[in-house]
Design a protein around this ligand. Sequence first.
Ligand code: SF4
Length: 271
Amino acid sequence: MLDGFEFAVFHGIISKPYVINFNFYRMKKTIVVWFSCGAASAVAAKKTIEEYGQIHNILIVNSPIKEEHSDNIRFKDDISKWLNYPIIEAKNNNYPNMSIDEIFDKRKYMGGVLGAPCTMLLKKEARYQFEKENNIDFHVFGFTYEEKKRHNSFVKFERSNVIPILIDKKITKFQCFDILDIAGIKLPKIYKLGFPNANCIGCVKSASPTYWNLVRKKFPEIFQNRCEQSKRIGAKLVKVKGERIFLDELKTTDKGGKIKSWECGLFCNSN
Ligand code: SF4
């Protein structure tokens, strides 16, 4: 059966140049930019559109997690306006609430040698499901210039069809902040509070005492919830002087080094 366009061509309603254009459109490759509500992936999206937008279909995709700071949504909307592109969602159909608390309680596991289940189910599996439903030719992530190693590792172990847009353009994480600043876009509030990325508050990937004491100070309720939940499940989330301890054993005076940045999900297993 002919679709509307084919019908119009068949009956001569649409002329040949339009047919050629349409066929060209159909041949366009699809690039997915995985937007994490962080500065780097926002700039990666901008640069991808500038470089490839004319000749590729570009999708900007986000997997929203319930436990991220609420200001991430404001940031996502600002970025969508800046790009003049919609930001669509990729969710795990089996966990439509996209809640890490729910995952921890159901799985009775928060992290360890097998990685973090929240990453696996809410980021990776959400991406795999999206990949199955969409024909994707290339992926773009927010790997910055100083993250070549992580990009290489991702390409080796996860997907080989990645365009390293920020690395190619030698754009660092701090330059991403500057680019957004010049564009008049405020970073997600979580950065201002001293956190190195816009991930979930109380991320189970961090074992840093400095990080967890910052969570305790800025978000006492979330800290308390994570204390109780991890005790119940038996997960020792924090490391002090080389030893894993429960969060409720962490002293307010315990310190580690500077809080490192890490990315969740799409490539956090490669950290
Ligand atoms: S940011 Fe941390 S807690 Fe949130 S999904 Fe990723 S690994 Fe899990």
